[in-house]
Design a protein. Structure first.
Length: 201
């Protein structure tokens, strides 16, 4: 039965590219010169340090801008905590979010069930698997998922076809390609007879 997965994953390479571009702009901007500003990522934890709340907000907005440019949804990270640091600066901890929690999975399932499609939805760890016999139902569900807001980006993967079904389709297409066309026959032309003489007995 054809199916597709609903996932929420971060492209860490593109996130790091956006972070590098953000730091490069911070080092070149006149209004940030001489200020102790830093952004460090360790796995899923991002630590941002700025001299005050205003600069911290500006740094966060700048990072979001660079994430969008690299086609990374800014909702992948959220503020975990803020605390005072040395020299009167502020240290903020942000957490990267990926994967669909059980609570968010239930929200997605409830929204999809409203469509009353002939599909089955299963929770598989931090992803969802949606099965359906009709491709039209799956495509309608995929379109609906893109509009569901659970506070972090989710998207459907490509429709997966079981291997056995795919092999059957391949064999059928091969047979169709090898089909021998029905031969057609044209009547034989009559040859002219010259100087014929009747046969006498």
């Amino acid at each position: 039965m054809p199916s597709f997965d609903v996932i929420s994953k971060i492209n860490h390479q593109e996130f790091d590219n956006a972070l590098s571009n953000c730091l490069r702009e911070i080092s070149n901007r006149f209004d940030f010169k001489g200020l102790q500003i830093s952004i460090d990522r360790k796995d899923k934890l991002i630590t941002t340090t700025a001299p005050d709340e205003l600069k911290l907000t500006q740094v966060n907005d700048l990072l979001k801008t660079h994430l969008i440019r690299r086609k990374v949804d800014p909702r992948v990270f959220s503020v975990k905590s803020s605390e005072s640091a040395s020299g009167g600066s502020i240290r903020q901890l942000n957490e990267l979010k990926e994967g669909i929690s059980q609570e968010n999975a239930k929200t997605v399932i409830a929204n999809i069930k409203k469509l009353k499609l002939k599909i089955q939805i299963k929770i598989q760890g931090d992803e969802l698997r949606i099965d359906g016999k009709k491709k039209d139902d799956l495509q309608e569900a995929m379109a609906a998922i893109k509009s569901i807001d659970i506070g972090l980006p989710i998207w459907p993967s490509k429709i997966l076809v079981p291997i056995g079904f795919a092999i059957l389709c391949l064999r059928l297409s091969s047979f169709a390609a090898l089909a021998i066309p029905t031969p057609t026959f044209s009547p034989c032309p009559r040859l002219p007879v010259e100087n014929s003489t009747p046969l006498t007995l």
